[in-house]
Design a binder for this molecule. Sequence first.
Ligand SMILES: O=C(O)CCC(=O)C(=O)O
Ligand SMILES: [Fe+2]
Length: 355
Amino acid sequence: MYGSDGVNEDSERTAFRKTEKKYKLYYDNNKSSKKKKKPRPVDLSEVIDFKSVSESFTRNNDVHLPIGVSKLECQFARPVFSLDKCPGFYFIPEALSIEEQYRWIKESLVSFPEPPNRTNHNAVHGAIHDLFNAAKDRKVLVEEEKIILPGEEDAHTHKWEWATCDEPSGNTNTSKSISASVLLRKLRWSTLGLQFDWSKRSYNVSLPHNKIPDALCEVAKKMASPAMPVGEEFQPEAAIVNYFASGDMLGGHLDDMEADWSKPIVSMSLGCKAIFLLGGKSRNDEPLAMFLRSGDIVLMAGEARERFHGIPRIFTDTENAEIDCLEKHFSGEDDTCYLEYIKTSRININIRQVY
Ligand SMILES: O=C(O)CCC(=O)C(=O)O
Ligand SMILES: [Fe+2]
């Protein structure tokens, strides 16, 4: 999966990599350091825009869809689009209401990174509790190195604990500290349900885990239905939550660790707009680029699961992020921290049936 995008000379030359570079965020070299850095302009004319496809479809039912795009004949509350050349790939624009987006953004920041769910921070700091609230309260994670008394050599532990900024930590020697807001910014992924072991690139069923929350299961089952064989119901068993800040990318990869590829991956976009690349079975195949906006759902099942895909770009500037409606919804007093986060971030929740 993610680790598989080892950058070597060959992969640097593939069609997928070239397209990633085309859309990736670069800054123009500004001679005068006083001027604000400006993103290099990028030609977006070839990026498929399912929002405008959907809008013209809803306005006028017999609209001619762009070449290669079809509307799926199914009983679903919203129009579902497919690509003629990519069986098993489905795009549901604006599938989630603003209220649903609001809810899943909050859950992604508060409850999803809670242990026993693992995050990218586990490897360095162990299990971290209450990250979002600690960031809100401007706390600092401090590595406490216990002073070893004679005879207590075995009790030597490194333990990370929250402290308020001005709080000296007890009778210990503090060696390192990092602010919660930096850790929140550096949160890259969390895993729900069955835990994925990135080092072994497989699910480790022996790791402690909770079931996927019922409400998320319900959404995933409903959204998966256009890609499911008639009479079968999607069984959400694991989910990966990806957190993107400006300049972050998700390199081209396959999600090939689940047993049954006929079942879809249900992928929800939240926050700032992104570009998604859908490639072929080889990195040498030219990928298609499409916009992903907050509330969009992508399904990848069957043959589509053999296609390389990734995120080369998220847009965090007000003009391109397209989160005005969402921002308005985060208007409560308690919403300020969420709003600050999501204005410059994107969250993706992708839900999987593992067996
Ligand atoms: O962020 C996205 O939309 C795609 C995520 C993805 O492909 C993955 O987590 O495997
Ligand atoms: Fe993926």
